[in-house]
Structures are given as structure tokens and as C-alpha cells.
Ligand binder design. Structure first.
Ligand SMILES: NC(=O)C1=CN([C@@H]2O[C@H](COP(=O)(O)OP(=O)(O)OC[C@H]3O[C@@H](n4cnc5c(N)ncnc54)[C@H](OP(=O)(O)O)[C@@H]3O)[C@@H](O)[C@H]2O)C=CC1
Ligand SMILES: Nc1nc(=O)c2c([nH]1)NC[C@@H]1CN(c3ccc(C(=O)N[C@@H](CCC(=O)O)C(=O)O)cc3)C=[N+]21
Length: 300
């Protein structure tokens, strides 16, 4: 069998970013507000600092305002809730992202529920989780949807066209990735199976998949022999591993070289889902701003 087609998330994300930038320019030209994205980072994890900074930079590139809040590791839950309340009340802020994970002394659920659902550009507020969990097949995504799952579904729809009737197997059941991916693929009329660490004979379940989405955080865990020939494989995993030269590189949750020999389509790491996550955050911020301006929902 010929090698799998590469799903170029980086290229697709580049196009999406351009469309979002054009949407921002159009909104402002029509007298609408300049979209504003606020990011909140608690603690000084260097990887998170880089990630949050790159989001702020991209927002500005696309014509948005960016507000960065870096709080010390020992910030109390009450202090973080006060920052969220201030951002909720600020009309120049249309999107709020609180970088996860939070330090252990802070109750994540309490913080997420405090964010104004209209500004919840991560789609993690229970109101938005509930909207996605009760969506009708094919109904418009006119509310904030988690960025990584939205990116996964956009890539699959772009590569395959209609997903109707396909068997989708999702490995991982986190609130951040696995569960919302399942909801989006169900909305797209897939037959969805969600698997996790207690699943029996995971390789056999995976082999049933026309679409295999893997989000577990384990380096090259899914092998070529688990993949149905011709399947579309989306690798969400981001694992940093040391190289022999003493540096580090990113690898996914799927054994990429093996997958390429069996799958019909496969996403690389890096350059697959990761860039889509950031582009979808910008998309959600634009859409949140259009909604406060009373404009109708249009996908870009
Ligand atoms: N590309 C991107 O933009 C993003 C990438 N990521 C990456 O995606 C990966 C997953 O992230 P996230 O969902 O937050 O991770 P979590 O750790 O929250 O969840 C991992 C899930 O994988 C399951 N799992 C773990 N081990 C196994 C196993 N051996 N067999 C089957 N299932 C298993 C767990 O099962 P159980 O529930 O039973 O414990 C759990 O449901 C990480 O590598 C993360 O870095 C995350 C967000 C964005
Ligand atoms: N509230 C919140 N929302 C998130 O969406 C969120 C979060 N917290 N915490 C951390 C995870 C992780 N995450 C990634 C986003 C982009 C890349 C990304 O752009 N990756 C590039 C590589 C970047 C590099 O080289 O380091 C790629 O895969 O090509 C990766 C990971 C979002 N997350």
C-alpha cells in the first residue's frame, strides 16, 4: 500500500488564521469592536510561558488586542477569581483563557465556572460543555467549542469530506480533548467509540476505526498494527523526548513511521493538531466578539 497522505495541520491552520484575520478586519471596518483576548497564566512553567506568549503575538498579528496576566505560583484561588471577575467585567476583553493545568491548591472547576460563558474561548465552562453535549446532528457550532477538538474535526472534514457513518474510535477521555472530540464526531454522524486506560483489547478496538483520534500523552503508544488499512489517524499527543545529541524533540502518541505505512491519512507531530489549536483559539475569539456585537453566526 502506498504511504498515507499527510494531513498538513500547519498549512490548514495558516489558512484559518488568514480567514480569521480577514474576519477581524471586516468586523472593525463595519464599526464593530476590536476583538480582545486575555490569557491568564499562574506559575512560571517555561513551556506554558512560551505557549501563552505565542498566543498573544498571534492575536496582535490578526488585528486583535492581547492582554497577558502572569500571576505567581503562590496566587490564591480568591486572587485568581478576582482576576477572572475583572476580565468578565471589562468590555474590551471578549475572550478569556486560563492556562491549564492550574497549581494544585486551586480548584480548576471553580475557576472555569467563574468565567463568563460568552467569553469562554476554551469552551470549558459547564454551560458550553452542556451545549456541545446536547447538540443536534449537523447543528451550527454557534457557541465556544474547545479549540483542540474543533481543530481535529476541521482537519478530518477537510481531508475526508463527509464523515457520515464512519466508525470513529477515540483513545483518551479527558474533558480537554477526548470527550469533546467524541461530541463533535457524533454531531458529524460518525459512530463513536471512546476508549481509555481500562478498555479491554484496545488494539482490536482501534482496528475497527475508519477514524482514529489518539489523545493520551504516551510516546508512540499506538502501533501500525492497530490501524485499519486506509484509516484516517489524528495524533493529538505532544510528548517531549530527549535526543542523542542532548536536545529534545516533539513526538506524538502514534508510532508515526509505522502508521504512515498502513493509514490512508495521518497527522504529523509537530505540524498537525498543535497549530490548529492556536488558530481555533483565534477563531473562537473572533466569533465571541461577533456575538457581543449582535452579528449573525458565519463559519470562516
Ligand atoms: N495538540 C494540542 O493542541 C494538544 C495536545 N495535547 C496533548 O494530548 C495528550 C492528551 O492530553 P489530555 O487529554 O489533556 O490528557 P489527560 O492526561 O487528561 O488524559 C489522558 C487520557 O488518556 C487515557 N490513557 C492513558 N493511558 C492510556 C492507555 N495506556 N491506554 C488507553 N488510554 C490511556 C486516560 O485514560 P483514563 O481516563 O482511564 O485515565 C485519559 O482518558 C497529551 O500528550 C497532551 O500534551 C493536549 C491538549 C492540546
Ligand atoms: N486553557 C488551556 N487551553 C489549551 O488549549 C491548552 C492548555 N490550557 N494547556 C496546555 C494545552 C496544550 N496545548 C497546545 C497548543 C498548541 C500546541 C502547538 O502549537 N504545538 C506545535 C509545536 C510547538 C512547539 O514546537 O513547541 C505543533 O504541534 O506543531 C501544543 C499544545 C494547548 N493547551
Amino acid at each position: 500500500m502506498a504511504d498515507a497522505k499527510l494531513i498538513d495541520g500547519k498549512a490548514f491552520a495558516g489558512g484559518l488564521r488568514q480567514r480569521v484575520g480577514a474576519g477581524v478586519a471586516d468586523l472593525i471596518a463595519k464599526g464593530g469592536p476590536k476583538p480582545g483576548l486575555a490569557t491568564v497564566l499562574v506559575g512560571a512553567d517555561p513551556a506554558s510561558q512560551v505557549y501563552v506568549r505565542s498566543k498573544g503575538k498571534l492575536a496582535v498579528e490578526l488585528g486583535m488586542a492581547s492582554f497577558d496576566h502572569q500571576l505567581p505560583e503562590n496566587t490564591t484561588e480568591a486572587e485568581l477569581l478576582a482576576v477572572v471577575a475583572q476580565l468578565n467585567a471589562d468590555p474590551t476583553v471578549n475572550g478569556i483563557l486560563v492556562q491549564l493545568p492550574l497549581p494544585r491548591h486551586i480548584d480548576t472547576a471553580k475557576v472555569l465556572i467563574a468565567i463568563d460563558p460568552a467569553k469562554d474561548v476554551d469552551g470549558f465552562h459547564p454551560v458550553n460543555v452542556g451545549r456541545l453535549g446536547s447538540i443536534a446532528p449537523g447543528a451550527p457550532l454557534d457557541f465556544p467549542v474547545p479549540c483542540t477538538p474543533l481543530g481535529v474535526s476541521m482537519l478530518l472534514q477537510d481531508a475526508l469530506g463527509s464523515l457520515s457513518g464512519l466508525n470513529a474510535v477515540i483513545v483518551g477521555r479527558s474533558n480537554l480533548v477526548g470527550r469533546p472530540v467524541a461530541q463533535l464526531l457524533l454531531r458529524a454522524d460518525c459512530t463513536v467509540t471512546i476508549t481509555h486506560s481500562r478498555t479491554r483489547d484496545l488494539p482490536a478496538v482501534c482496528r475497527q476505526a475508519d477514524i482514529l483520534v489518539v489523545a493520551i500523552g504516551k510516546t508512540e503508544f499506538v502501533k501500525g498494527g492497530w490501524i485499519k488499512p486506509g484509516a484516517a489517524v489524528v495524533d493529538v499527543g505532544i510528548n517531549r523526548i530527549p535526543t542523542p545529541e542532548g536536545k529534545s524533540r516533539l513526538v506524538g502518541d502514534v508510532a508515526f513511521a509505522e502508521a504512515q505505512k498502513v493509514a490512508g491519512y495521518v497527522t504529523p507531530v509537530p505540524g498537525g493538531v498543535g497549530p490548529m489549536t492556536v488558530a481555533c483559539l483565534m477563531y473562537n475569539t473572533l466569533q465571541a466578539t461577533r456575538r457581543v456585537a449582535g452579528l449573525p453566526f458565519v463559519a470562516v
